[in-house]
Write a protein that binds this ligand. Structure first.
Ligand SMILES: Cc1cc2nc3c(=O)[nH]c(=O)nc-3n(C[C@H](O)[C@H](O)[C@H](O)COP(=O)(O)OP(=O)(O)OC[C@H]3O[C@@H](n4cnc5c(N)ncnc54)[C@H](O)[C@@H]3O)c2cc1C
Length: 446
């Protein structure tokens, strides 16, 4: 039996942990957040209850394995309480990094530091109540630009148009580099917001870009079959909160007002060009200004450079994938000496940022775990620290253990009942830790 540390308790980390534990090894999971689940808990849209409850059950099953230990509220990395070197001092046989993609791609625009400009990841964490984002300023105004045309952009628009309890947004403008045929969102996801599509402004926008679509052989009447099937449905009429699209537009500059909040966005207008089978955007020297008071950019995520693993551009440095040399592999590479770092692996969105849904992350964790299991067969037991010893040596940090997670779940259930809601979750770490302590004292007095 060998010991493996898994850093990150999202779907990739937890399903990797399950596979390694089922092969008979001891697994210690370190997780930045108090609760497990990663984006499955704090990213997936808040009203997708059925999916979230199902995933929580699967994660609880993994954590119920006796040889899977959990250490929550345990951030690993250069700016964190535990460094990678600290982990290595415990002498595990392997470490699997399943930390997701915690950085956001930046637009690098002048004025990007203006108030009211957010990365979609942070905004999504905010409305999904992840500490500390839940307590930060993510105020929105009446006119919100959402940059990007994938599922995350649609989730953000869904929140603004439908579920935001403050209902500030009157106009949500999706800003897309390419055209309507290049929309990347799933039709199923778009269905949640299609009633808000301002049909008149959409038709005007299609008219504005008609020539550019024609230049690459795209015919607007085919949009219903391609990306916007809602156009076949009757127009539900004017809504209080409206959805617009500004196609063929790339953000160029953000202009704040005198209070420092975004007031205007300058975009570069693009044309479409054929690149083989693909259609690409090509910038022109024309620009346009759009008045907005909030901007959320949903253009993808990158790996967190502060973790301390070798990093290049937007991702950790790994060996080439065994089946496709153009793809990143699972083993981390030291670029200085061009050698694999023995026993150090990455899986899930940490290996390939923003790659797919939970099922893909699970699969990736499991494939990575299979590689780890093979590696373990080739090494002697390192006789590293036991789980109890690790917890003892990290006692100066307020870590959260598996039994404490159960107490937290009970406290949230009780709170939910008291408030008459189906599912309640605490939105700050202090409240969670206090609830755990309160639950402990109640158990002690019973
Ligand atoms: C807005 C949004 C909506 C989505 N909606 C859906 C959906 O509806 N359906 C679906 O199937 N998929 C959805 N996905 C995709 C899904 O969430 C991902 O595929 C999946 O969560 C990726 O899993 P992961 O384990 O690689 O990373 P993550 O889920 O990001 O998990 C990473 C874990 O690592 C921990 N961590 C991070 N940094 C550190 C550190 N330094 N030290 C220790 N721990 C750390 C985090 O606390 C977290 O627990 C959505 C994603 C987003 C962004």
């Amino acid at each position: 039996m060998k010991t493996v540390f898994v850093v990150g308790a999202g779907p990739a980390g937890l399903f990797a942990a399950q596979k390694i534990a089922q092969a008979g090894h001891e697994v210690v999971v370190f997780n930045r957040d108090i609760k497990p689940g990663g984006l499955a808990e704090y990213g997936i849209y808040p009203t997708k209850d059925k999916m979230k409850v199902g995933l929580r059950k699967q994660f609880a099953k993994v954590l119920s394995l006796p040889n899977v230990h959990y250490i929550g509220h345990a951030c690993v990395g250069n700016g964190c309480g535990i460094s990678i070197a600290d982990l290595q001092e415990f002498r595990p046989n392997a470490i699997v990094f399943a930390v997701g993609a915690q950085g956001a791609k930046q637009l690098g625009l002048p004025g990007a530091e203006s108030r009211g400009v957010y990365s979609a990841k942070d905004f999504v964490y905010f409305y999904n109540l992840l500490p500390p984002f839940a307590a930060q300023d993510f105020s929105t105004g009446k006119r919100v630009a959402v940059v990007g045309m994938g599922n995350v952009a649609v989730d953000v628009a869904h929140w603004l148009l439908v579920d935001d309890p403050h209902h500030t947004a009157e106009d949500v403008i999706v800003i897309a580099r390419r055209g309507p045929f290049e929309a990347k969102f799933d039709k199923k996801e778009f269905a949640y917001i299609e009633a808000h599509l301002d049909r008149q402004s959409f038709q005007e926008e299609l008219k504005r870009i008609h020539e550019q679509l024609a230049a690459v052989g795209q015919e607007p009447t085919k949009l219903c079959d391609a990306t916007f099937p809602c156009l076949l449905k009757p127009d539900p009429g004017q809504q209080k909160a409206r959805l617009h699209f500004r196609f063929l537009s790339s953000p160029k500059a953000i202009h704040p007002d005198s209070s420092g909040r975004i007031a205007r966005l300058t975009v570069t207008e693009n044309i479409l060009v054929k690149r083989g089978e693909d259609v690409a955007a090509q910038a022109t020297d024309k620009t346009a200004d759009i008045e907005v008071d909030t901007m959320v950019f949903a253009i993808g995520d990158v790996a967190d450079p502060t973790l301390g693993l070798p990093y290049n551009k937007d991702s950790y440095v790994t060996n080439p994938h065994p089946e496709d040399a153009k793809q990143p592999g699972y083993q981390v590479l030291n670029p200085q000496v061009g050698q694999i770092m023995d026993g150090i692996y990455v899986v899930g969105w940490a290996r390939k940022a923003s790659e797919g849904l939970v099922g893909i992350a699970r699969h990736d964790g499991e494939v990575g775990a299979a590689e780890v299991i093979k590696y373990l067969q080739t090494v002697a037991d390192s006789n590293g620290a036991s789980y109890d010893e690790i917890v003892r040596r990290l006692a100066s940090l307020r870590l959260v253990t598996k039994p404490e997670l159960e107490l937290l779940a009970k406290a949230e259930e009780r709170e939910g009942k008291a408030r008459g809601i189906q599912y309640f979750k605490f939105s700050d770490d202090e409240a969670m830790l206090a609830a755990i302590e309160e639950q402990k004292s109640q158990t002690a007095t019973v």
